[in-house]
Every structure is written in C-alpha cells, then in structure tokens.
Design a protein around this ligand. Structure first.
Ligand code: FAD
Length: 379
C-alpha cells in the first residue's frame, strides 16, 4: 500500500475542496485531495452557473460578498478563462406580495453592504423591452452574474496542482479514522494518507464522512431540474429569477437559453442518479414563457440535473467538527453553493491554518444538528 504523509487531506474534489486545496497550497502547505470520481464532475460541474446574491440568507452575505470579489478576478486566481460574465441579476415580481419581499430583502441586504436597485415595471421594459408586461418590478444587482460550471472546478484543481497539491482522482476515501497521530484515510485503490488536519468537502456524501466521526446530520440529496434550448440570437443579458425561484432563466452567449426552477427533483446519492420529471420541465418552460414571451416557439434540446446536498434549514455546515479536533466540514449548500464556493475554500483554508476566519460563519455551525441521531449515526 502506498502511504503519503501530508499537512492537509481533503475528501471531495468539488468546488469547495478544490478551492481550499488551491488556497492551502499557495500558502506553502502540503495537501492531498482525494476525489472518488473526477474533480468537478458532481454538483459543482453540472449546476446552472448562477452567481446570485439576492434571496440568499442575509447572514450569508459576508461570505457571498467575499466570493463576488474573487469571481470578478477569477481568471487571475486560477489562470484560466472560466466564462465568468458579470451581467447583473434581476429578481422580479409578478404581484405586490413579491414586490414587498424584494423591497424588504433590499433593506436587509444594505446592512451587509449589498446594494440592490429597485426598478418598477416601466423601468424594466425600458431597459429590457423583451420582458413581459406582467412584471411589476424587480430588484437589480449589477455585480452578480454567471460562470461556466464545467470549467471552474477543474481550473481550480489544475491551479492547485501547479501550486503543489497532490490531486488524486478515482480515489474514494473508504476508511477514515483518527488516533493520537492524526487522521488515517485509506482509499478504495489502496492509498493510505496520514494528516493532522482533514477537510470534509464530500458534497451529497458528506454525511457519511461526518458520521464516521460521531456527527450524523440529516442530509438529503436534491436534484434541481435544468433544461436548455436550441441556440437563438443572444438577447437575454441578465439572469432573471422570480421571487422564491419558481423559475430562473439565463442565456449563454452561444445562444442557448437555460431554464431552471422549482420544484426541486429527487436525487439518488446511492445509485448516483438525478432524475428530471418531464412535468417539472414543462411547468418551468411555461413559467419562463410568462416572463419572456418571445421564447414561445423555441425547442428544448436537453434536460439534466445533479446531486446536491441539502439540509433541513437550507443552510450549509461550514466550520470545525464539534467531536474531532483537526476536522473541518463544508457541505449542505442546498442548491446555492456555486456562488459562495471560491470564498468557502478560502475560509476553510483560514480555519485549517489559523483556527479562525474574519468571515462570520456562526450560523453555519455543526451544532445545529447536535441532537440528531439519524441513520448514519453508526456508519
Ligand atoms: C443542477 C444543479 C444546479 C445548481 N445551480 C446552482 C446555481 O446556479 N448557483 C449556485 O450557487 N449553486 C447551484 N447549485 C449548487 C452548487 O452546485 C453546489 O452547492 C456546489 O457545487 C457544491 O459543491 P461541493 O464541492 O460541496 O460538492 P460537489 O461538487 O458535489 O463535490 C463533492 C465531491 O466529493 C466527492 N466525494 C464524495 N464522497 C467521497 C469520498 N468518500 N471520497 C472521495 N471523494 C468523495 C464526490 O465525488 C464529489 O465530486 C446547483 C446544484 C445542482 C445539482
């Protein structure tokens, strides 16, 4: 069996794990990242690509603001173009109730240094004449945008590798223990890694990791339904989303329109399948047409989903284990972790090296689930 000693071992090569690997490696730490399949092949690589802050839990805005700062200069961080486009995000209202939600949120967000401009119906149609006249107003955040999820995490992994990280794909961590000498992780292909510090960034499988260390969590797997159309001439510049996310629309510069929305589908994190129910796709397309009527005769060419970790309060766990010194968790992003991903990696790296971070993460403590005794309790 090959044995490696390292400063940090990371289990899970999605955006959280790879961005932490990059930050730690650039600090001069030795890092081994274990990925069961291929980096960025799960939720981090198949998501909608939306970098929105509106509608985020307010206390998550410091983390999201930190991420915005990284997204705006991502090419210089990872050394590759990941198709980041800062074209603004429009969170729209169809009725007065929606509008009140938007205005309330804007007032709260201002406290966190996030300014949302309130637009009325005529403003909207003046700026974007293709929007339906059913929209009565919106919150506009011009600094938000999109990125190509297929490109981002592999770019992080390559940058981490260039900085010295040892990235091992097709290495599923199957044995995970800790004794007086630190963590001992063994992979399915017979690699043994020993490290004093471990990061659990295993996405929709993180509960299996945390349960090994006596921390079961009520994690479920969700599969947000996504659909993409044939390409049409580019006209939808901002991303657009109704309050509560029953529909979200964006267009890539190549012309394809991507439509997502609720209800979230069910994902199977045992068989590793995420299923898109046709009725959800049809419902989302109908809702998209209500907002952008000119999409009326467009053809869908593909639907997909992915396997995402959700927690009951729709907030992630980010921070130290409460049972095991040297173990840090970041998982359960509940359908909106792509935007915060680059900042989560930096925060994990700060926690793992300095034991603290300037970014407030108290609401994301593992302590929320301290009383949970679930099915993974004995895993
Ligand atoms: C369809 C879809 C659309 C979404 N849209 C958006 C969006 O528009 N905006 C947004 O902000 N967020 C969005 N999200 C959420 C976002 O994609 C996720 O929150 C984020 O990518 C989670 O990253 P992660 O690194 O925690 O998990 P993942 O990307 O799932 O990575 C976890 C990795 O851990 C590996 N792993 C698991 N167990 C082990 C083990 N034992 N050993 C080794 N490796 C292991 C897995 O193979 C996987 O690669 C969406 C998610 C989905 C599925």
């Amino acid at each position: 069996m090959e044995t490696i000693g390292t400063d940090f071992v990371i289990v899970g090569g999605g955006l959280m794990g790879c961005s932490a690997a990059l930050d730690l490696s650039r600090k001069g730490c030795s890092v081994v990242l274990l990925e069961r399949g291929f980096v960025g092949a799960e939720a981090s690589g198949v998501n909608f690509g939306l970098l929105r802050r509106q509608d985020r839990f307010l206390a998550q805005l410091p983390l999201a603001n930190r991420a915005v700062e990284i997204w705006h200069r991502l090419e210089s961080v990872v050394g590759e173009d990941c198709e980041v486009e800062i074209r603004g995000h429009l969170r729209f209202a169809l009725d007065d109730e929606d509008m009140a939600v938007i205005e309330d949120y804007a007032a709260g967000a201002r406290e966190y240094g996030f300014d949302i401009e309130i637009l009325d119906g005529p403003d909207l149609r003046r700026r974007w004449p293709w929007l339906s006249d059913r929209l009565i107003g919106a919150g506009w955040s011009p600094d938000d945008g999109v990125a190509n999820p297929r490109l981002v995490t592999p770019a992080y992994a390559r940058a981490a590798q260039a900085a010295g990280a040892d990235i091992r794909e097709e290495h599923e961590a199957v044995e995970m223990t800790r004794d007086a000498n630190g963590f001992r992780i063994v992979t399915r292909h017979g690699l043994e890694v020993r490290a004093p510090v471990m990061l659990n960034t295993a996405g929709a499988w993180s509960h299996h990791v945390s349960a090994r260390f006596g921390e079961p969590v009520p994690l479920t797997a969700i599969g947000p339904p996504e659909a993409v159309t044939e390409p049409v001439p580019y006209f939808i510049e901002p991303t657009i989303q109704r309050v509560g996310s029953p529909v979200v629309v964006r267009q890539v510069k190549r012309g394809n329109v991507i439509v997502a929305g609720k209800p979230r589908g069910i994902a199977d994190n045992v068989a590793n399948r995420a299923y898109v129910a046709p009725r959800n796709t049809l419902a989302n397309m109908r809702k998209a047409l209500e907002v952008v009527p000119s999409l009326r005769s467009i053809n869908l060419i593909r639907v997909w989903s992915g396997i995402e970790a959700a927690l009951p309060d729709n907030l992630p766990v980010i921070g130290p284990s409460l049972t095991t010194p040297g173990l840090f968790h970041a998982f359960g992003f509940s359908g909106h972790g792509f935007q915060v991903g680059p900042a989560v990696g930096v925060v994990l790296s700060e926690l793992a090296t300095d034991g603290r971070t300037a970014t407030p993460i108290e609401p994301f403590t593992m302590g929320r689930f301290a009383d949970y005794q679930g099915e993974d309790a004995d895993a």
